[in-house]
Unconditional design. Structure first.
Lengths: 112, 111
């Protein structure tokens, strides 16, 4: 089954404790992206990747890192999480940047 | 001006009626337009996409483009309670290599 898989689905952590949210797709998509969704602010892009080893900042990259060492994986790293990073996170992928995005199931992160 | 704008609603429509959702965009060069449906707590799901060359109908859903006025609309015919969700409009922004989402319109279908 073609899908984007994110883990974990739920995560509660404390300020400053490094964490990684994994994202993997099995559709051989070149484009991958991370979004966060907050009430009243909608979906905002954090980082995106056009292909392996090619990443770039989205609209809200502060406090996040990404890497794209393999085509299928695009992990999101929070080196020192803060409470303002409490949000619902979505990973998504597509054939190319202008093609329809396929979303993972989301990761609800709470930073206390 | 925001790149993609939607009326946040809520939009309330009786069951069986036509629901009409609108989205305006700022990039006159945009060539494709996407509509996603998102149930509460779930991920966005693509339901329709159209290109700048014309409208599209798929079952109960019709997407229409008005290039001169820079808006796209989604019509849902014979609305069902299961259509109650937030509908997100998304437009690829030329040169920025990103898909920009509107804030979404919350639709409620009343039995």
């Amino acid at each position: 089954e073609a899908q984007v898989t994110q883990n974990p689905r739920y995560l509660i952590t404390v300020t400053g404790k490094k964490l990684t949210v994994t994202c993997s797709q099995n559709m051989n998509h070149e484009y991958m992206s991370w979004y966060r969704q907050d009430p009243g602010l909608g979906l905002r892009q954090i980082y995106y990747s056009m292909n392996v080893e090619v990443t770039d900042k989205g609209d809200v990259p502060e406090g996040y890192k990404v890497s794209r060492k393999e085509k299928r994986n695009f992990p999101l790293i929070l080196e020192s999480p803060s409470p303002n990073q409490t949000s619902l996170y979505f990973c998504a992928s597509s054939l190319g940047w202008g093609s329809p995005l396929h979303f993972g199931n989301g990761t609800r992160l709470t930073v206390t | 001006q925001k790149e993609v704008e939607q009326n946040s609603g809520p939009l309330s429509v009786p069951e069986g009626a036509i629901a009409s959702l609108n989205c305006t965009y700022s990039d006159r060069g945009s060539q494709s337009f996407f509509w996603y449906r998102q149930y509460s707590g779930k991920s966005p799901e693509l339901i329709m996409f159209i290109y700048s060359n014309g409208d599209k109908e798929d079952g109960r859903f019709t997407a229409q483009l008005n290039k001169a006025s820079q808006y796209v609309s989604l019509l849902i015919r014979d609305s069902q309670p299961s259509d109650s969700a937030t509908y997100l409009c998304a437009v690829p922004i030329q040169g920025a290599q990103k898909l920009v989402f509107g804030q979404g319109t919350r639709l409620t279908i009343n039995p």
